[in-house]
Design a protein. Structure first.
Ligand SMILES: [Zn+2]
Ligand SMILES: [Zn+2]
Length: 190
């Protein structure tokens, strides 16, 4: 085998190992292995390979257009999490993922192509393996997009709901007949 060929093979092995270890980390967080989480692993792999690091604070913002298994891979591998406020969910039912990097101010959108993962005739494990062996570029349309970054997550004071007494974030309090109410109490009493 020529040196070049050995080098190429070596690089391929490294790439595969990386995807595998990302997958392991995502599955540990998510709980089970599935095609959905695999898609999230491929999204994360692309993002990590293109000038982004795991987001310790809110450097990276993810906007996801679904609430399926894929999102857990993003939370585990990219640090774009619900709790930190740098994971924004749009309920569109699409496998589209947009990322904004606050440091270089660039945004990129990955949209899943209309391919055959839906091929439910294949056993689940085979679908997962098939996905793991693809490059993100093969299954996503990838484009730079314009993006209006959201404000950093803010901490608001809490107010006591005058009906149930729960401390409630002030921006979620509703007024009804002169009373300050939390949303469930407002929905019940209005
Ligand atoms: Zn799953
Ligand atoms: Zn209440």
């Amino acid at each position: 085998m020529s040196n070049e060929l050995i080098k190429v093979k070596y690089i391929l092995v490294i790439i595969k190992l990386e995807t595998k270890s990302l997958m392991e980390k995502a599955v540990k967080f998510h709980g089970h292995s599935c095609p959905g989480v695999t898609i999230g692993v491929l999204v994360s792999k692309y993002i990590l390979e293109h000038d982004n690091d795991f987001s310790i604070d809110e450097e990276l913002v993810a906007v996801v257009e679904n609430d399926n298994c894929s999102v857990d891979a993003l939370q585990a591998l990219l640090g774009t999490t619900y709790g930190k406020g740098n994971l924004i969910h749009l309920d569109y039912g699409k496998n589209n993922f947009t990322f904004y990097n606050r440091d270089n101010k660039k945004a990129v959108k990955l949209s899943l192509k209309n391919l055959s993962f839906g091929d439910r005739n294949l056993p689940r494990e085979e679908r997962i393996q098939k996905l793991l062996n693809t490059n993100p570029e093969d299954i996503f349309n990838i484009e730079e997009v314009k993006f209006d970054p959201p404000q950093f997550a803010q901490i608001h004071e809490s107010i006591l709901c005058e009906n149930c007494g729960d401390p409630t974030m002030s921006t979620r309090i509703k007024e009804f007949k002169g009373k300050k109410l939390c949303i469930p109490c407002y929905e019940k009493l209005k």
